[in-house]
Design a protein around this ligand. Structure first.
Ligand code: NAD
Ligand code: ZN
Length: 366
C-alpha cells in the first residue's frame, strides 16, 4: 500500500506554497522544482558539510530534471551568516548569469536557509526560492514563513527581508546524520510550539521523547508535520509579525539575552530557548498568570528531551540589560510572551523589572 505523505499548504494573500514532509524526498527535488519554477538554470546554496553528505543526491535529481545547476558552497556555522557570505553568494549568481526565473535552492540548516533566502530576495530584485531544510530546527521553524537575513556586529538577523519560498521540501531521512545536540536544539522549538498553541502536541512530545531522541522515522514525520502545521498557521494569521507571530518568541527574549551575554559560544540557540522557556514560565507563575503546574510540566518536558533547565549564567542584572537590547523590545519596554496555560500564551509589556530579575533565579544550579 502506498503511504500518503503529509503536505501542509501555507496560504498568504500573495500566493500559496506547499511544505512536503516525506522520508527520502530530496531525490525528487528536480521534478518538484519543475512544478514551481520551470527554468533552464538554477542554483543550490549549501554548506560544506551538507554538500559532502547530501549535495550529490540533490544535484543528481536536478540534472535528471534538466536543470543546469550552479552549486554555491558557503562555510558552516553562525559566524558565516554575514554580509560577506551574502556578497560572495551574489557574486556566484552573477558569474553564473542566473536569470529572473532561475530558482535558488537552500539545502542545509537555518543558517543556509536564512542567507540563501536573503540572496534570493534581492538577486535581480527577487528570484524563486526553495527550502530543503536538513536540521530539525530548520524543518519546524526557520524554513517556514519567509524570514531571511544575516547577522551584523550590532546584532543577529538585523539585515534581511521577507521572501516566501515557492516550496519547502522536507526529507526527514536527512535527520539521521544530525548530531544529537542539534537534534535536541530543534526539539526545544517543538516544545515551544506545544506551549504556545497545542497541549496535545506538548503531551505527545513528552510521551514520545525516547522515540524522538532515537530518531524513529515515523515519529519524526509526525513531529515535523504537527510542528509545521503550527508554524504555518501562525504565519498565515500574521505574516509580518504585527501581532500573533510574536507568540513564537516564547522563551526567546530570555534566550537572546543568554546567547548575547555568553557571546554565542556556550549554548546552541535551542538550548538557550530551553532555559528561556523555564524563566518565562517562572515569570508567569510568579505573576499569577498561570498555575504553578505549568512550570513543572515545562521542566518535565525539557528534561525528558535532555534539554538544559539550569545553567551557570552571568548575574541577572547583566542579563536583564541584555534583554533590553533585544530587537523585539518596543519603545524601551521589554515585552514578554508568557504562558497562561499549556497551549496558550499572552504578550505582556508591563512586567515589573524586579519580577524579570527574579525569574532568572529558576535557572540557578543546585
Ligand atoms: N528564518 C527564520 O524564521 C528562523 C527561525 C529560527 C531560526 N533561524 C535561524 O536559524 C539558524 C540556526 O539554524 P540551525 O540550527 O539549523 O543551524 P545550522 O544551519 O548552522 O546547522 C547546524 C549544524 O548542523 C549541520 N547540519 C545541518 N544539517 C545536517 C544534517 N542533516 N546532518 C549532519 N549535519 C547537519 C550544519 O552543517 C551545521 O554545522 C540561526 O541563525 C537562526 O537565527 C531562522
Ligand atoms: Zn528559536
Amino acid at each position: 500500500m502506498l503511504a500518503i505523505m503529509p503536505t501542509v499548504t501555507l496560504t498568504l494573500p500573495q500566493g500559496a506554497y506547499d511544505i512536503v514532509i516525506e522520508p527520502g524526498c530530496l531525490e525528487q527535488l528536480g521534478p518538484r522544482l519543475r512544478e514551481v519554477a520551470p527554468h533552464a538554470a538554477a542554483a543550490i546554496v549549501t554548506d560544506e558539510a551538507i554538500e559532502y553528505t547530501y549535495g550529490l543526491t540533490a544535484a543528481r535529481s536536478m540534472k535528471d530534471a534538466d536543470y543546469s545547476t550552479t552549486i554555491a558552497i558557503m562555510p558552516q556555522g553562525e559566524t558565516a551568516k554575514t554580509l560577506g557570505t551574502y556578497r560572495d553568494l551574489q557574486e556566484v549568481m552573477l558569474n553564473a548569469r542566473l536569470e529572473r526565473g532561475s530558482p535558488i535552492v537552500a539545502l542545509g540548516g537555518g543558517i543556509t536557509g536564512d542567507v540563501a533566502g536573503f540572496v534570493a530576495a534581492t538577486y535581480l530584485r527577487g528570484v524563486p526560492f526553495v527550502q530543503c531544510p536538513t536540521t530539525l530546527l530548520a524543518m519546524v521553524d526557520a524554513s517556514v514563513g519567509g524570514k531571511t537575513g544575516v547577522n551584523v556586529p550590532q546584532g543577529k538577523n538585523l539585515i534581511g527581508a521577507f521572501h516566501q519560498p515557492q516550496l519547502v521540501l522536507i526529507d526527514t531521512d536527512t535527520l539521521q546524520s544530525l548530531p544529537p545536540r542539534e537534534l535536541r536544539a530543534g526539539l526545544a522549538e517543538c516544545v515551544k510550539h506545544g506551549v504556545i498553541r497545542d497541549e496535545a502536541l506538548f503531551e505527545w512530545t513528552v510521551a514520545n521523547a525516547p522515540r524522538l531522541l532515537a530518531l524513529e522515522s515515523d515519529a519524526m514525520v509526525e513531529l515535523v508535520r504537527r510542528n509545521v502545521e503550527i508554524k504555518a498557521a501562525v504565519v498565515m494569521a500574521d505574516e509580518k509579525e504585527a501581532g500573533e507571530r510574536a507568540h513564537l518568541n516564547y522563551g526567546h527574549t530570555f534566550a537572546h539575552a543568554i546567547e548575547a551575554a555568553t557571546e554565542y559560544k556556550v549554548f546552541k540557540h535551542g538550548e538557550a530557548v530551553s532555559l528561556g522557556m523555564m524563566a518565562a514560565a517562572k515569570c508567569a507563575v510568579d505573576g499569577r498568570l498561570c498555575d504553578p503546574s505549568v512550570l513543572e510540566r515545562v521542566q518535565t518536558a525539557l528534561e525528558a528531551l535532555d534539554l538544559p533547565v539550569r545553567a551557570e549564567l552571568p548575574p541577572p542584572i547583566e542579563l536583564v540589560d541584555a534583554m533590553s537590547l533585544d530587537k523585539k523590545v518596543r519603545g524601551g519596554t521589554i515585552r514578554l510572551v508568557l504562558p497562561e496555560a499549556i497551549g496558550r500564551v499572552g504578550i505582556y509589556g508591563d512586567v515589573p523589572y524586579r519580577a524579570i530579575i527574579d525569574a532568572w533565579d529558576v535557572l540557578r544550579p543546585g
